[in-house]
Ligand binder design. Structure first.
Ligand code: ARG
Length: 462
């Protein structure tokens, strides 16, 4: 096949090079954006008189025809035509002849690919945003059910202080809320239209860049022609945003895996979200959570791959940059594969409240509260810490929990202890006295939930 750029060449491209160089296999997914971009460019060329208006009309009509043929599965893309940009341009000239050859006036594939990729990512992340909102919704509904569900809180994976499952869920709400805000922040920088940068140095045609931006729904145009074609920050940043979403999903997955174990037994995944073993009949494995944790590694790999790919590139466009697509597409595909299945897994799991409460008890999770009890009776905290430390050491030897010690035993360590120590160190008191904003007490969590609900209501609308 004759190349669109064949004029300077005496020989045809080696078959191996055609295959090697071609990106159509993975960039064909940007066909819609490529066509929309070309329609806007052609319309602008016609409007400004850079090409005859009648040719612009033919181009636009031809492009709509190609779009509908692709959508109806009637188009076969050619490896020889290298990428989506040249495939579509070739289809156009095959169909409408002479006029089609005017489409690429004042444009290069370098600014074209920058445009297509920005548009593709902006389009796809609309769905990603909805998926994040859905996850926030699932977390919030679950949190509402569990404001009284006491569970152990951990540091160093050692039992620390009792919290509620609602507080734990709302921690994830905060993480994913930040992800949502990072995504809208990213959007501002991606939402700029690069056409007009040409190959690297702009163009001699006085293009109406603002018009093209407006046609395509961009909020502005990129400023510098060299930067416009050599910038892939928007792909790297998005891979960063996605990586962090995955890290959050992965941390939660890790907890769900631990909690599903016999040793914790805090939750049980629904049968529909678990798998069995081919040899051990008793097994019920949390494969979904494990796979999400595993896929996080590949997404972080996509992010590192993109950064390493860019770090040594001189300005402006280099063919290395064709490698951006598979990585950012993989990151997007993966996060959008994980989010819905994670949401459904979460919404259908059984929460074993009794085990959570039992888990919160052993391990002296109320030791801080016992110290606070003495502080409230006037003892300095550091001294109270020491007294309770000694008491815990004694209780470990006696194989008792703090609330299983007799009042006499308490009094042996400090005569400030009274009968009210038992209520002061019950799990319910430990949780409900933590009323500080952001804490686990029911009222504090309910305030958090109310704010979260208002937040979701306000972001869902726009
Ligand atoms: N397929 C190329 C890419 O993905 C398009 C840009 C090619 N430009 C060039 N001058 N070879 O980056």
């Amino acid at each position: 096949m004759a190349k669109l750029w064949g004029g300077r060449f005496q020989k045809s491209t080696d078959k191996k090079v055609d295959d090697f160089n071609s990106s159509i296999r993975f960039d064909k997914r940007m066909y819609k954006q490529d066509i929309r971009g070309s329609i806007a460019h052609a319309t602008m060329l016609g409007k400004t008189g850079i090409i005859p208006k009648s040719d612009a009309d033919k181009i636009v009509e031809g492009l709509y025809g190609i779009l509908s043929d692709i959508e109806n599965g009637k188009v076969e893309f050619l490896i020889d035509a290298e990428d989506i940009h040249m495939n579509i341009e070739k289809l156009l000239t095959d169909r409408i002849g002479e006029a089609g050859k005017r489409l690429h006036t004042g444009r290069s594939r370098n600014d074209q690919v920058a445009l297509d990729l920005r548009m593709y990512l902006l389009d796809e992340t609309n769905t990603l945003r909805l998926m994040l909102l859905h996850l926030l919704d699932v977390l919030l509904s679950l949190a509402k059910e569990h404001t009284k569900t006491i569970m152990p809180g951990y540091t160093h994976l050692q039992k620390a202080q009792p919290v509620t499952f609602a507080l734990h869920l709302m921690a994830y709400f905060e993480m994913f809320r930040r992800d949502l805000s990072r995504l809208s922040d990213w959007r501002k920088r991606c939402d700029l239209m690069p056409l007009g940068a040409g190959a690297l140095a702009g163009t001699t045609y006085l293009l109406d860049r603002g018009f093209v931006a407006e046609q395509l729904g961009f909020s502005g145009i990129t400023r510098n022609s060299l930067d416009s074609v050599s910038d892939r920050d928007f792909a790297i940043e998005l891979a960063g945003v996605i990586s962090l979403i995955m890290v959050h999903l992965s941390r939660f997955s890790e907890e769900l895996i631990l909690w599903s174990s016999h040793e914790f037994s805090f939750v049980e995944m629904d049968d529909a979200f678990s798998t069995g073993s081919s040899i051990m009949p008793q097994k019920k494995n949390p494969d979904v959570a494990e796979l999400i944790r595993g896929k996080t590694g590949r997404v972080i790999g996509d992010l590192s791959g993109l950064m390493v790919m860019m770090k040594g590139l001189p300005l402006a466009y280099n063919k290395d940059m064709q490698e951006d697509k598979e990585q950012i597409f993989d990151a997007l595909d993966t996060v959008m594969l994980c989010l819905p299945v994670f949401c459904d897994m979460l919404a259908t799991m059984t929460v074993k409240k009794d085990n959570m409460l039992r888990g919160s008890k052993g391990g002296f999770t109320n030791a801080t509260d016992a110290a606070d009890y003495l502080v409230k009776k006037g003892m300095p905290f550091r001294q109270a810490h020491e007294v309770i430390g000694n008491l815990v050491f004694y209780a470990i030897k006696e194989n008792k929990a703090l609330d299983e010690l007799t009042l006499d035993e308490f009094k042996n360590f400090c005569d400030m202890f009274d009968e009210d120590i038992y209520t002061a160190i019950s799990m319910q008191t430990c949780v409900n006295e933590r009323k500080v904003p952001g804490g686990p007490a029911e009222d504090a969590v309910n305030a958090e939930i109310a704010e979260a609900e208002a937040f979701l209501g306000s972001v869902s609308e726009n």
